[in-house]
Design a protein around this ligand. Structure first.
Ligand code: PHE
Length: 344
């Protein structure tokens, strides 16, 4: 078969093959067979050198034209197959099926609890305040009646940036900032991140607290009790029992820690005959620290003697763990969507 006839019959065979090719795989196999590096066309072209020198230019041009033509045929068939595939897909499309709802994200449990708690207190007339996470020694310690030799200032517990600048170890400095910028009466709630040099199963170097402060004339321990009892029952249910236990904080006097009846065992101390794992069998869990603002703090911020007030502080992750029954603090920081989705 001479050169040009071979080319012509190749085109004929290709047209036949393309008609039969029913899908992308067959099309590709055919392409390799005809146009591949060692394919049929390449084999014909390799015969160019056998031709007489004066025949080679025309034969070469013919080969190039055939090559272009073959490529065009492939492209055409590819498009036809694609369109047919899409038409078939459309034919299978059932517009009466329910749509796929887009997945909505969820708020992090820390955010949920912070919002819930702030909502409860703003409902009682508190304002939401904030302060810096990088804090001066004065606001974090000094003005809160923690003088330089106070053990809480130890490098072991506090992340220092310089001698006088540190990551706040609690939200209580926001109390001081609120009082230095406002005059009584005032009621503020301050949520935010706090930092401590602590990292183990139940402590993380960063966690969240919410601080509360109310100052006016004639504020008493009864206001503190009433406010915090109402708050705790709003979060954990109206049947929750509340207990105030004497405690100590440098910036409150007297001070107390508040326990609530355990939300897992309902205060019985037992779950399925065994000591409850949440309250360790005691029936109570600690939920916050509080007290009457120490007069030394009022002096530091220049408030008159006749005011009094109460303050409290609580850990947001702790409240979330108790409320949602989360057993492991690390889950708050791992950002595992399977965990987070449960709060959607
Ligand atoms: N700041 C205290 C802490 O981090 C909590 C607290 C706040 C206690 C306000 C009493 C009054 O432990």
């Amino acid at each position: 078969m001479d050169f040009v006839t071979a080319l012509e019959s190749l085109v004929g065979e290709l047209e036949e093959g393309l008609r039969k090719a029913g899908g992308p795989e067959e099309l590709e196999a055919l392409r390799v067979d005809v146009l591949g590096r060692k394919g049929r066309l390449a084999q014909i072209i390799s015969r160019l050198s056998d031709l007489e020198p004066e025949e080679r230019p025309t034969a070469g041009q013919a080969a190039n034209r055939v090559k272009e033509h073959c490529n065009a045929l492939f492209e055409e068939r590819r498009k036809t197959l694609l369109a047919a595939g899409e038409a078939a897909g459309l034919a299978r499309f059932d517009p009466t099926l329910p749509g796929r709802a887009p997945w909505r994200g969820s708020l992090h449990p820390t955010t949920l609890i912070t919002e819930e708690i702030c909502g409860i207190f703003t409902g009682m007339g508190f304002e939401v305040a904030s302060g810096p996470e990088v804090e001066n020694d004065y606001y974090n310690f000094e003005a809160l009646n923690m003088p330089p030799e106070h053990p809480a200032r130890d490098m072991q517990d506090t992340l220092y940036i310089t001698k006088n600048v540190l990551m706040r170890t609690h939200t209580s400095p926001v109390q001081v900032r609120a009082m230095t910028t406002r005059t009584p009466p005032l009621a503020v709630i301050a949520p935010g991140k706090v930092y401590r040099r602590d990292s183990d199963l139940t402590h993380t170097p960063m966690f969240h607290q919410i601080e509360g402060l109310m100052v006016d004339k004639d504020i008493t321990m009864a206001h503190l009790r009433g406010t915090l009892t109402a708050f705790v029952r709003a979060v954990f249910g109206q049947r929750t029992r509340v207990r105030f236990r004497p405690s100590f904080f440098p910036f409150t006097e007297p001070s107390a820690e508040v326990d609530i009846s355990c939300c897992l065992c309902g205060g019985k101390g037992l779950t399925q005959g065994e000591a409850c794992r949440v309250c360790k069998g005691t029936g109570w869990v600690e939920i916050l620290g509080c007290g009457m603002v120490d007069p030394a703090v009022f002096t530091a911020v220049g408030y008159p003697d006749e005011v009094s007030g109460f303050a409290f502080g609580l850990g947001v992750e702790r409240v979330a763990m108790l409320k949602y029954g989360i057993g492991d603090l690390r889950m708050f920081f791992e950002n595992d969507v399977r965990f987070l989705r449960q709060f959607a």
